[in-house]
Design a protein around this ligand. Structure first.
Ligand code: NAD
Ligand code: UDP
Length: 313
């Protein structure tokens, strides 16, 4: 049993992580300022032995009394609609927030785990993307606030590892979906499923030929724990290598949900990556990890979740 701090623990991925850690007997201190997260994601954990929550902006200062075995840094808005809405907060949590979380890990002699992203590869010129690829990022574009903050976070994490000998892990997370996503977070999966449930037009940006590879949250979190428990520093890609065009995703969502929605086309956002697919050789060979949940099953589960959220208003 370990005492683990999860920053961003009230968010989509962080809340799943809090649940899995408690399930296996760890103690969890969840830190979140609720800027994009929600208490709803963790309300069933309040009162559960071993769980505590502190509302806190980790970009300011982090103080956690007592021993800590690991700091899992998941705090950061991650949806492209947030890149324009709250760019400074994103830059701050990726830089100052990461520095504070690293400082906490160092002070407690704890393991540090960084939630990085496939966005460090930008609009990739190498396909699929191995961890050795350095990326193709526009630092001054609207996505740069997120991409560069995460690239800085990786650099800072490796500096603490090399300079201070801190025990670190870096995961590069590819597009993940599932229960506890915000129905209005603006991502393709949530938009399409909600639009399909409501019988509204499915909004494909551009001509829909850009690709993504979608990983169901249960598979993704299993990968996080495999990395956390391993001796591998990383970065390690954790994502589902099955690649789809966004048009294929829209058609699959319509099919799985049995919706009468039609597909419409809207302008492609600036710097939207044209292709994305993880090379997961490292995760499979070093961690024995591979995703198990196929796209249709994942969409079915996520649709059921969004139906209940929408029904509850
Ligand atoms: P999310 O927005 O649901 O969760 C992020 C959480 O961090 C939220 O609860 C938010 O309130 C909290 N937060 C943000 N800034 C904070 C701050 N300054 N102080 C304290 N809490 C703060 O997003 P998510 O999809 O769960 O992403 C979690 C992490 O995983 C992020 O670091 C993100 O970059 C990374 N990631 C996610 C994906 C994905 O597909 N979901 C892909 C790549 C990387
Ligand atoms: N996208 C889309 N319609 C939407 C939302 C997103 O066509 O309603 C596109 C978006 O432009 C991108 C892809 O779907 O090309 C994946 O977008 P998402 O926000 O899910 O993730 P990211 O771009 O961060 O990979």
């Amino acid at each position: 049993m370990a005492r683990i701090v999860v920053t961003g623990g009230a968010g989509f991925l962080g809340s799943h992580l809090c649940h899995r850690l408690l399930d296996r007997g760890d103690e969890v201190v969840c830190l979140d300022n609720l800027i994009t997260g929600s208490i709803t994601n963790i309300e069933d954990l309040f009162g559960q032995p071993g769980f505590s929550f502190v509302e806190l902006d980790v970009s300011t200062f982090i103080h956690v009394p007592g021993d800590v075995d690991a700091v899992l840094h998941f705090a950061s808005p991650a949806s492209p609609i947030d890149f324009e809405r709250i760019p400074i907060q994103i830059l701050k949590v990726g830089s100052l927030g990461t520095h504070n979380a690293l400082g906490l890990a160092k002070a407690k002699d704890a393991k540090f785990f960084l939630a990085s992203t496939s966005e460090v590869y930008g609009d990739p010129l190498v396909h699929p993307q191995p961890e050795t690829y350095w990326g193709n990022v526009n630092p001054i574009g609207p996505r740069g606030v997120y991409d560069e903050a995460k690239r800085f976070a990786e650099a800072m994490t490796m500096a603490y590892h090399r300079h201070h000998g801190l025990d670190v892990r870096i995961v590069r997370i590819f597009n993940t979906y599932g229960t506890s996503m915000r129905p209005d977070d603006g991502r393709s999966m949530s938009n399409f499923i909600v639009q399909a449930i409501k019988g509204q037009d499915i909004t494909v940006y551009g001509d829909g030929s850009q690709t993504r590879s979608f990983c169901y949250v249960d598979d993704e979190v299993r990968g996080f724990l495999a990395l956390l428990d391993s001796e591998v520093v990383g970065p390690v890609n954790i994502g589902n290598p099955n690649e789809y065009t966004i048009l294929q995703l829209a058609e699959t969502v319509i099919d799985v949900t049995g919706s009468s929605s039609k597909i419409t086309f809207e302008p492609l956002p600036v710097d939207d990556p044209t292709q994305r697919k993880p090379d997961i050789t490292l995760a499979s060979t070093k961690l024995g990890w591979a995703p198990e949940i196929d796209l249709r099953t994942g969409i079915e589960r996520t649709t059921e979740y969004f139906r209940s959220v929408l029904a509850a208003g």
